[in-house]
Write a protein that binds this ligand. Structure first.
Ligand code: CTP
Length: 426
């Protein structure tokens, strides 16, 4: 197992060595745990570290951060701390047990041994630890056959109440199953089905559900995750009215395809919040007023909720773009929407809107006027209240006639001004 630690970056190895010396000097037991151990065994790249301390994790993280010359944040109520190290994060937690008093709510925790800490975890593949103490440095602690399950590609819970204690584990199970191409071990599959039959997910707060769903939608190729949830659980746990059909599942695959196309072939404007496009696909099954309520219940940020709402709202009206339109109409129709919304429409309507949306993204979206209100003032245009109208019309003329120079804009502005003045007189 020491060999596996050797696969870590030099920075991480140094931190673990420092942790090891510090743990020995403090008389604490310290372990690398959970997903990082799983990923090391699977030879995946490790970005963040999770460290469990049998002792006081906050004291440990404080002393380590001093040694590393890094800042650390403590979270007293959870007995945890985080050290941010370059672009990486190292989380420290005191070894603990968890007692679930009520289904779906967060458990009561108390300090415990590493054995108990590993037993409270979701799946065997996530319930392994690597000791960081001197003599044991690098030794794998695998009390639940996680290593074997990794080899067998199994997702297996540690006990039969696991999904009832924490129903978000149903979504986590799907996430790991799809991410690693693993299978549910038979008994685990039965427990998932039985938890779903008792509507376990409905006992979970919307905010925790949101966190899980967003994590899932941030995985690569989220469509297959959505399809799996659809077949196994459906999406009624978010809202009873969300019932996806086959044609909706196709949309998610088209979103994936459209995003690839955007990244490889279309003009890139900025990095997209791709997960929102998928989430919109799920929530768009709801009537408009329910979309607002559901995004609120899920605790999405205002900007996120606004994007999803505008997608749902524009879903039908955007179809008018289907027939060929003059460039400025395409601009006017699409410009108010976020890029996420536009990519959604692109995927949703496929070839019907393809040409116009690609035209907008590649050629129209960034067009701006070279002249401003001050230029109109210099020309002596009056009254001022006409300026915004002149500039708007001018932008559309620029788009349609492909005006290039400031001179062309100024002479067009003159014509528009003349037209508007005439209208005012009549
Ligand atoms: N864990 C758990 N039950 C949960 C959430 C987390 O038992 N509902 C435990 C698992 O042991 C998990 C560890 O906490 O490995 C860390 O959780 P998290 O960071 O969410 O997951 P990772 O396993 O690290 O997965 P990822 O690769 O997605 O970060």
């Amino acid at each position: 197992m020491i060999n596996r630690l050797k696969n870590l970056s030099v920075e991480f190895k140094n931190i673990l060595k420092e942790s090891s010396c510090l743990a020995d000097s403090l008389g604490f037991k310290v372990y690398l745990v959970g997903g990082v151990v799983r990923d090391l065994i699977l030879e995946k790249k490790v970005f963040d570290l999770d460290i469990v301390v049998q002792g006081d994790a906050i004291v440990f993280a404080g002393k380590l951060s001093e040694l590393l010359g890094e800042k650390f944040q403590r979270h007293h109520s959870f007995g945890t701390a985080t050290v941010n190290f370059n672009a990486h994060k190292i989380d420290f937690a005191t070894a603990r047990t968890e007692i679930y008093s009520k289904q779906g709510v967060l458990p009561k925790v108390s300090p415990a041994s590493i054995t108990e800490d590993l037993f409270r975890r979701d799946f065997t593949i996530n319930a392994m630890a690597i000791s960081l103490n001197g003599d044991d440095y690098g030794k794998l602690i695998d009390l639940h056959d996680g290593f074997l399950d990794l080899k067998k590609k199994f997702i297996r819970v540690l006990h039969e109440k696991s999904f009832l204690d924490d129903p978000t584990r149903i979504l986590r199970a799907i996430r790991f199953e799809q991410r690693f191409n693993f299978k549910f071990e038979d008994e685990t599959y039965k427990l998932i089905k039985s938890a779903l039959n008792s509507d376990a997910l409905k006992f979970v707060s919307h905010h925790r559900l949101r966190d899980e769903i967003v994590l899932m939608l941030k995985e690569s190729n989220p469509s297959k995750y959505i399809k799996r949830i659809h077949h196994l659980a459906g999406f009624c746990f978010i809202n009873g009215q969300i019932k996806l059909e086959q044609k909706d599942l196709d949309v998610f695959f088209r979103i994936e395809h459209s995003l690839n196309h955007y990244h490889k072939r279309l003009k890139k404007h900025r990095i997209l919040q791709a997960y929102l496009i998928y989430l919109a696909g799920i929530l768009c099954k709801l009537p408009l007023d329910k979309v607002k309520k559901t995004t609120y219940d899920l605790g999405l940020k205002k900007g996120e909720a606004a994007i999803i709402y505008s997608i749902r709202k524009g879903l039908l009206s955007i179809k008018t773009l289907k027939n060929y339109k003059t460039p400025h109409i395409i601009y006017k129709t699409l410009k108010p929407y976020s890029l996420e919304s536009i990519l959604f429409f692109y995927a949703y309507y496929g070839k019907d809107l393809k040409r116009n949306i690609e035209f907008f993204l590649n050629e129209l979206a960034d067009i701006k006027l070279k002249i401003r209100g001050n230029d109109l003032k210099r020309l002596g245009f009056k009254p001022l209240k006409l300026y915004s109208e002149i500039l708007k019309k001018l932008l559309y003329v620029k788009i349609d006639k492909r005006l290039k120079t400031k001179k062309e804009e100024l002479s067009s502005a003159q014509r528009i001004f003349y037209g508007l003045s005439q209208q005012l007189k009549n």
